[in-house]
Design a protein around this ligand. Structure first.
Ligand code: NAP
Length: 200
């Protein structure tokens, strides 16, 4: 499961656990992004934004209580922009014989065509696309069918609850002096407070 995780929250954790259970996955590996060429936010750790390494540390804290969750630093250690095809191909080289499932929000199905090297992404993994409660399932099915046809993609649509938590909302709440308790684990909140992230 890749993500900016700025910060990680209960939506991410519940989605990962749901995917693990439904697809009988052995483990879920969380992969915080390095520098995403699609994100404009400051990610260098200046001001109130965590650096990639600090996003990784927050993610590690959030995963501590689940033995089947772990966190990889392969994207934040890579120079330059983060491209999913590179990560997935690297995982294939490092762990031959493993089968990888890339867990994503289903909206990504509408944009993945414009990501770098989509055909190589689909060749390297199965996609698990979480369809939130209020999303139009028929439209998602049609999009998945189009991608299967075009790329031979292996895509599973995973029904998932509508959990109205986002990293954006967490950052805004902190900026406005509001609490974020129960939106992300306590140890992540403590880390955010200690470092003073998202305050300005
Ligand atoms: P993110 O915002 O940190 O979120 C990670 C995943 O969790 C997303 O798929 C997101 O789906 C899902 N999510 C967030 N809140 C949720 C909630 N409340 N309930 C259920 N699901 C929730 O990560 P991101 O910045 O979108 O990046 C996702 C991955 O796509 C990363 O690995 C990134 O590198 C990759 N990506 C690659 C390229 C490329 O290779 N060119 C381009 C773009 C993204 P939603 O987005 O639907 O919220």
């Amino acid at each position: 499961m890749g993500g900016t995780f700025n910060p990680i929250h209960l939506g991410h954790l519940m989605l990962a656990e749901c995917a693990r259970e439904e697809l009988l996955l052995e483990e879920v590996w969380f992969i915080p992004t390095g520098c995403s060429y699609m994100k404009t936010e400051r990610q260098n750790g200046t001001g109130a934004m965590p650096s990639p390494r600090q996003r990784l540390e927050m993610t590690e804290l959030a995963l501590k209580s689940n033995k089947r969750f772990c966190c990889l630093d392969i994207e934040i250690n890579r120079e330059g922009s983060t491209y999913s095809y590179e990560t997935l191909e690297e995982l294939g080289r490092l762990y031959p014989g493993h089968r990888f499932y890339f867990i994503l929000g289903a909206d990504c199905l509408y944009t993945i065509d414009s990501w770098r090297e989509p055909a190589r992404i689909f060749a390297a993994c199965d996609i698990v696309a979480a369809v939130r409660g209020d999303s139009p399932l028929e439209e998602m099915e049609a999009e998945a069918a189009r991608l299967r046809e075009k790329y031979g993609a292996r895509i599973t649509l995973l029904p998932f609850r509508n959990l109205e938590i986002s990293s954006t909302e967490i950052r805004e709440r902190v900026r406005n002096g509001k609490g974020i308790r129960y939106m992300t684990p306590e140890n992540v909140i403590a880390y955010i407070e200690e470092k003073g992230f998202y305050c300005e």
